[in-house]
Design a protein around this ligand. Structure first.
Ligand code: F6R
Length: 608
């Protein structure tokens, strides 16, 4: 949440900051702002509510002259409404600061430093700026260290001091930050996407460390008064600029839906050895799969729904308890996990704060942790005992699509490997399972090719205030993700129900023409689901049915159908996911909404 960028070097800073903010905008888009160190060493601020485009227009009018260093921010509001004053950067005396995270003790700091009359915004971030100004006596490192000693909460800050022209300081505690020293200058950002036009080499700022950017060097300090002993490991970006561009697609979401077959191949194929799933190149030993007596899966949102599908695949085969928990709940429970538990953490960004806290709790309980993560070098990836990287490339649209499919692909492979090492599968059964997993790739391509038909289907729900999704077993787990996708980008109230549960209350909401998206791909509960569809049809529902190609369906049952290729029942999630993503996409598009940056959301949830 919130995008941060800082630059100092020979190039014109406003261009770099504004382009960087556009690349980071998916992290938050309530308002944006920059601070520039001008030729006379004075720091000039420009901030505006709304998208980075507004800020760009504003800067054209307001900023004249040249600047070679500065900081920029896109905000996802936590404390204080969406106003120009609450936008970052915040100025306090010689200090100008931007912040990602939450300062939990900002009231106490306000009282302690008697800041009440000086604050002009309603933000916790301005309290941090004012406190830092109180502590600043000419030595930035000393003042920042003193500030850190006083703060409670999660934060990364990027700071300029008016009497230190051309120098930028940053500090990180939990909230992500990457930095790079490049021939075009020194830069840092909350996310790599802002840096890749200038460099492929970067490092992750270690937690509880301060970085100092001068035009040609990035210094790293720990919180004692010394240089950090070990300079952080320099990493190389493994995707190119194209991956973070729309490349002819009208939206990132549509592009990312189309990228799924390739992302699936990239995630699965490097882990196939002699026709079997194998994680030796990932450094994941078999004993973690052999020795556990339960699996606890933890994640948020879409990643959690991927976990629910994985549970339904794993438990019947492994015959051990598999539990799925919402990270924000798990971290405040007293979980029943111990040294014999394998805890699987799922996160696209690898930075979701609740998921990270759950990981740390699992480690405290002595459990073995395995993270399924997309972003290389992210905090969750670095802190877990083992990491299984998904290779989806950057996911820019706020609504997760390709990350969900590859999380599932990785989890299906884990399930298969576990079944093999625990002797629940023979080699032949494991090879067949893997073969069926690979078969889903053309099935997804088939569904994506049906996009015009799905666009037509979506046109039938655009006007509806409510949409219900129903299914049984695995189909119910898919429905949950379908409903989330639709609500987050179309703002239509959409809910998923286990089809058999409807008549225990929810069916009261079904009336004439209410759309019900029914998923019926699981043979063992197919006839039961069909009966449930009839129950809502009898009450006037408008039925959109998702079934396999070869299903025989009574012609009066459904108003519209989407047919997916005939893959094995356990694997239908992949083509179904593509269909549900396209329904959500075309509904949002039909309503002329901001598909990639829906209201109130942000891509990476780094506050509780
Ligand atoms: C929905 C969506 C979110 C994320 C959730 C977890 O489309 O993207 O529900 O899945 O915020 O994020 P990660 O996977 O980054 O931990």
């Amino acid at each position: 949440m919130c995008g941060i960028i800082g630059y100092t070097g020979p190039l014109e800073a406003p261009k770099i900051l504004l382009e960087g903010l556009s690349a980071l905008e998916y992290r938050g888009y309530d308002s944006a702002g920059i601070a520039l160190c001008m030729e006379d060493s004075k720091i000039c601020l420009a901030k505006k509510t709304g998208k980075v485009k507004n800020l760009e227009e504003y800067c054209k009018k307001m900023i004249s002259g040249s600047a070679h260093s500065g900081i920029g921010h896109t905000r996802w509001a936590t404390h204080g409404g969406v106003t120009d004053v609450n936008a970052h950067p915040h100025r306090a005396g010689k200090v100008v600061l931007i912040h990602n995270g939450i300062i939990e003790n900002y009231h106490a700091l306000t009282d302690r430093f008697h800041l009440q009359d000086r604050l002009i915004s309603q933000t916790d971030s301005e309290v941090a700026a004012q406190t830092l100004n109180e502590l600043y006596t000419g030595d930035p490192l000393e003042a920042i260290r003193s500030l850190i000693g006083l703060l409670e909460g999660s934060y990364s800050f990027c700071i300029m001091f008016e009497d230190q022209p051309g120098v930028i300081y940053a500090i990180r505690n939990i909230s992500p930050l990457v930095a790079a020293s490049t021939p075009s200058g020194s830069m840092l950002a909350s996310d790599l996407t802002a840096l890749i036009p200038y460099t492929r080499q970067y490092f992750v700022v270690p937690e509880q460390h301060i970085v100092k950017l001068t035009p040609y060097k990035v210094h790293v300090y720990n919180l004692d008064d010394t240089f950090s002993k070990d300079y952080p490991e320099i990493m190389t970006v493994n995707w190119n600029m194209d991956a973070a561009m729309k490349n002819g697609f009208p939206h990132f979401m549509l592009k990312e839906i189309h990228e799924q077959p390739e992302a699936m191949r990239n995630t699965i194929l490097p882990r196939v050895s002699k026709g079997l799933p194998c994680f030796s190149d990932d450094g994941i030993p078999d004993h973690i799969f052999e020795n556990c007596d339960q699996v606890q899966i933890i994640a948020c949102g879409t990643a959690m729904y991927a976990g629910m599908v994985a549970r339904a695949i794993m438990q019947p085969v492994l015959r051990i308890p598999i539990t799925v928990s919402i990270a924000s709940e798990f971290r405040y429970e007293e979980p029943l996990i111990d040294e014999k538990s394998l805890v699987i953490i799922i996160s696209q960004s690898g930075e979701t704060i609740d998921t990270l806290a759950a990981l740390r709790l699992a480690q405290k309980c002595g459990s073995t942790t395995l993270a399924v993560v997309n972003v290389k070098g992210s905090t969750i990836a670095r802190e877990s005992d083992y990491v299984l990287y998904t290779h989806a490339g950057p996911e820019i649209a706020v609504a997760s699509t390709k990350a969900y499919s590859v999380q599932l692909a990785a989890l299906y492979m884990v399930s298969c490997r576990m079944a093999l090492v625990r002797k629940k599968y023979t080699k032949e059964q494991a090879a067949n399972f893997l073969g069926e997993l690979l078969d889903v790739i053309p099935a997804m391509e088939n569904v994506i090719a049906q996009k015009e038909h799905i666009r037509d289907v979506a046109s039938h729900i655009i006007q509806s205030p409510d949409v219900f999704f129903i299914g049984r077993g695995l189909d119910y787990a898919f429905s949950l993700e379908g409903a989330l996708k639709l609500k987050e980008i179309s703002y239509i109230h959409s809910e998923a129900y286990a089809a058999g549960e409807l008549k225990h209350g929810t069916i009261a909401l079904i009336s004439d023409q209410v759309p019900v998206i029914a998923i019926a791909t699981q043979q063992h509960v197919y006839s039961k689901t069909i009966s449930n569809i009839r129950e809502v049809k009898a009450r006037g529902a408008y039925i959109i049915l998702l079934v396999k190609e070869n299903a025989v369906v009574d012609e009066n049952l459904a108003d519209l159908q989407i047919r997916i290729p005939d893959v094995a029942d356990h694997f239908t999630v992949f083509p179904i996911a593509a269909a549900l993503q396209l329904i959500a996409y075309y509904t949002s598009l039909g309503k002329h909404l901001d598909v990639d940056q829906p209201r109130n959301l942000a891509k990476s949830v780094t506050v509780e």
